[in-house]
Unconditional design. Structure first.
Length: 94
């Protein structure tokens, strides 16, 4: 079963669930991402990322420093957020 916590741990038992923390102020959305952003885990945060795409803030600051692993599925979620900001006339800073 894929939803068990052990399914999202590395060999040492470290938690690899993808996480999103978001703060907004002064027209800037700050997004802090952590954990594993992979094909295996992308579906766990897809809905939350889509909700961020709908925010009114034009500019987005992404902090990726706590991402443990990423593949193209994780990169696509981030790219999609970047494109949404660009469509609003905003910019994304990493």
């Amino acid at each position: 079963m894929l939803n068990q916590a052990a399914d999202f741990q590395d060999d040492s038992g470290a938690d690899l669930l993808p996480r999103i923390e978001q703060r907004s102020s002064d027209g800037m959305m700050r997004v802090f991402l952590s954990g594993a952003w992979t094909t295996r885990t992308a579906g766990l945060v897809d809905r939350e990322m889509r909700a961020l795409e709908m925010h009114n803030e034009r500019n987005v600051s992404l902090d990726l420093s706590k991402i443990d692993s990423m593949d193209t599925a994780g990169a696509w979620l981030i790219e999609r957020l970047s494109r949404a900001a660009a469509a609003r006339g905003g910019k994304v800073a990493v």
